[in-house]
Design a protein around this ligand. Structure first.
Ligand SMILES: [Zn+2]
Length: 283
């Protein structure tokens, strides 16, 4: 069968996925059978969810474009700072209200996102099919380190998390989805992703231990699971997390990784003043 050639060039962070010799250069991609540009891109290791614009000989194409001999293909990532509004982007619209579904390995990242107020499902150890269903059915972007999951056609919004450190992962996600303006700290339950509202006196009396009821403040009630939160000993650490994420610095985050890991074990602090609410969680 006749071997055909296309000239491919990947831009910006898409090069992260390529073998070293193919990064930042135009290279010849050989193919025999007719194949879609999506298949060609993913055969090189780049999940299609990372791609926002494909130009063939200077004109935008869809993922279904059939590669032809001699095609010159430029592949661009999701743009954050370039104005390409005059071109046809592959995704019709960004997710207006960012919402996520994280895979089983990203539980800590899911809690960090909830801490910042972002709607983040974490279904746990479920098959990839189920994760994809949640993404499509609930209009959520998939967060995973499994590139195979992002290659599924059904998954249109997603991000291949690069780092293994939750502290760096949250900085990546905030940057990639441009989330910093939408941060609403302590508005969402870390355990169940439910929304928090101010607790009523009745809820406080029913759920808070005596010592807490007398001394703590800023009580919040989860509409999802009924947990009560109050301002506690992790307050400062969580404030630092929020501040450092907003500033896109990941350095401080590692210090509070443990603090946010399981808030229910720690004793509440008492008599602390300040604005904001959250922290201790009682089942
Ligand atoms: Zn909850």
């Amino acid at each position: 069968m006749l071997v055909k050639n296309a000239l491919l060039r990947f831009y910006a962070e898409l090069n992260d996925f390529l073998p070293a010799p193919l990064r930042q250069v135009a290279f010849t991609h050989e193919f025999e059978r007719t194949r879609s540009v999506k298949d060609a891109i993913e055969s090189l290791g780049v999940p299609h969810t990372e791609v926002d614009l494909i130009l063939v000989d200077g004109s935008p194409v869809t993922f279904a474009h059939r590669l032809r001999d001699g095609d010159r293909v430029s592949v661009f990532p999701v743009f954050e700072s370039f104005d390409i509004s005059s071109l046809t982007r592959l995704r019709s619209a960004p997710l207006r209200n960012p919402a996520f579904v994280a895979d089983v390995h990203l539980g800590r990242l899911a809690r960090y996102l909830r801490m910042l107020g972002f709607d983040t499902a974490w279904p746990g150890d479920v098959p990839d099919d189920r994760l994809a269903e949640v993404a499509v059915g609930e209009n959520r972007a998939v967060l995973t380190r499994d590139r195979g999951l992002l290659k599924r056609n059904a998954v249109t919004h997603g991000y291949a998390v690069r780092s293994k450190e939750p502290s760096a992962q949250i900085a990546e996600v905030v940057s990639r989805f441009d989330l910093s303006a939408g941060v609403r700290p302590f508005s969402r339950c870390l355990r169940c992703n439910g929304l928090l509202r101010e607790a009523t006196q009745e809820e406080i009396e029913r759920k808070a231990p005596d010592r807490v009821r007398q001394d703590a403040s800023g009580f919040r009630f989860c509409l999802g699971c009924g947990r009560l939160y109050w301002r506690g000993s992790h307050y400062d650490a969580m404030q630092r997390l929020v501040a450092s994420v907003i500033e896109s610095g990941a350095g401080v985050l590692e210090e509070c990784a443990g603090a946010s890991g399981d808030t229910s074990d720690a004793p509440p602090s008492t008599g602390r003043s300040g604005s904001g609410q959250e922290s201790e969680c009682e089942g």
